[in-house]
Design a protein around this ligand. Structure first.
Ligand code: MN
Length: 246
């Protein structure tokens, strides 16, 4: 089985009173959810999503069995159903939803691998043997403009459509997540984060913080601190996962 260690940090930022980001880290399942919707509905949606993965994590730990990729798909479907049902309960929650980016230790055809999954514009990055890359693809209108060549990636965050999502959990009857099966290598470091981090810091700043020879908790705290110092215009949540020698 793949051994990992991890760290996490979250902060409401310097502008918003409430923190509508939620995360789960542990038992081989790591998720960050950034809720949206007025009247505190955003934190209801992100909490419902994270609760579903926390339940899956505790069932996996208690059962002692390896997690299969299908279990992640099912958890996403249950989380989506829970958010849609809660949204239908009250007018104030109409339209609420959440991003969700995740990384899970799974067993695929007898082999330990990592399954990454994403809906929305929270992100997954990886540092591997010194190279730094964003593995997830944002589901936002601004990202579509980047892919169409209308704006550059650097212009994305300043664009008025930057935070208009094209996919989210709780929007529609089925979650349309992207999935990636990843072969982990000892020394790989993964970062899951809400957009409160990626709007404040450049890829270069994120890369530099990630390659620090520090434990994941320290790196997570440092990243959040950097985003707060850069303005902290949104809630900031960070989970750092290190792959250990097997
Ligand atoms: Mn956000």
């Amino acid at each position: 089985m793949i051994a990992v260690r991890w760290g996490s940090a979250t902060h409401p930022g310097m502008v918003r009173h409430a923190n509508e980001d939620r995360f789960h880290a542990g038992s081989g399942i790591f998720v960050v959810a950034d809720g949206m919707g007025g009247h505190a509905a955003g934190e209801v949606a992100s909490q419902l999503a994270v609760d579903e993965f926390a339940r899956l994590a505790s069932a996996t730990t208690n059962g002692g069995a390896a997690l299969h990729p299908g279990a992640i798909r099912h958890a996403l479907a249950r989380a989506n159903d829970a958010i849609v049902a809660a949204a239908n309960e009250s007018e104030a929650r109409r339209g609420m939803g959440t991003t969700l980016v995740g990384l899970a230790v799974v067993e695929d055809v007898g082999r330990g691998r990592l399954l990454a999954f994403n809906l929305g514009d929270s992100r997954l990055y990886r540092v591997q043997a010194g190279s730094f890359e964003q593995l997830s693809v944002d589901h936002s209108q601004a990202q579509e403009l980047v892919e169409a060549g209308v704006i550059t990636a650097a212009e994305r965050h300043a664009h008025p459509l930057s935070n208009v999502l094209t996919r989210a959990l709780g929007h529609g009857p089925y979650p349309r997540a992207d999935y990636w099966l990843i072969d982990p290598h000892p020394g790989d470091r993964f970062l899951l984060c809400s957009d409160g981090l990626s709007v404040e810091l450049t890829d270069g700043q994120i890369h530099l913080a990630l390659i620090a020879p520090a434990d994941p908790d320290r790196v997570a705290a440092d990243l959040v601190q950097l985003a707060v110092e850069a303005g902290g215009r949104d809630n900031i949540t960070v989970v750092v996962v290190d792959v250990l020698p097997g």
